[in-house]
Design a protein around this ligand. Structure first.
Ligand code: IMP
Length: 194
């Protein structure tokens, strides 16, 4: 059988179990605090929505957005904030919620920028850690999954598509998807691989 163009990498059940485990650790680390969860748009919103409901802790949430190459899956070294936070970070216990740490350049930039605002502490929680292509080495406190594949779904997109798949799928043939971005739409009808 030919290799699938894409297939389920982490199922809904696996994600839900892992999110509950992460929430338990974060809850215990931040017990008695009122953390500020900072979600990096747009990839981490689905993860944030599940994590915050599993957290069972008083917390605030805020959002920021950084520049990337629109519609591209590669990331570059130049990062800038295009939508900033509304909540002041001074003296706050911050948990930065990321979708994926790949080269680490985005996270390194964010940590440097947010630390300059005098929070009491910043912890980093990422849904996926991709250590293989790491260039910068920012610290990561909480990791959902490790992978070295290109992932879509559960908030992660390819050219704006597939964020609303309920699970994480791995794309084996990125050039085929680049040539035909809607190629994986059958995943929405319940098939487990295309
Ligand atoms: P980096 O760590 O600065 O290289 O950038 C990480 C960002 O690249 C993530 O927040 C995603 O937006 C994007 N990215 C990296 N790998 C993937 C992937 O497998 N799927 C979708 N987006 C990805």
């Amino acid at each position: 059988m030919p290799v699938a163009i894409a297939e389920i990498a982490f199922s809904q059940e696996q994600i839900s179990r892992r999110v509950r485990q992460l929430a338990k650790v974060i809850r215990s680390d931040l017990a008695g605090r009122r953390p500020l969860l900072v979600s990096v748009l747009q990839g981490s919103v689905v993860f944030l929505a599940d994590l915050v409901r599993a957290l069972e802790l008083d917390c605030d949430i805020d959002f920021l957005s950084v520049s990337s190459y629109p519609g591209e899956y590669q990331t570059g070294g130049v990062v800038r904030i295009i939508k900033d936070l509304e909540i002041v970070l001074e003296d706050r216990h911050v948990v930065l919620i990321e979708d994926i740490v790949d080269t680490g350049l985005t996270l390194a930039f964010l940590l440097k920028t947010l630390k300059a605002r005098d929070p009491k502490e910043i912890k980093v929680c990422t849904l996926v850690d991709k250590p293989v292509r790491r260039i910068a080495q920012p610290p990561i406190d909480y990791i959902g999954f490790q992978s070295d594949r290109f992932l879509i779904g559960y908030g992660l997109d390819f050219q704006g598509l597939y964020r609303n798949l309920p699970y994480l799928a791995a794309v084996n043939d990125v050039p085929a998807l680049a040539a035909e971005p809607r190629l994986l739409e059958p995943l929405f009808s319940g098939v487990e691989q295309v």
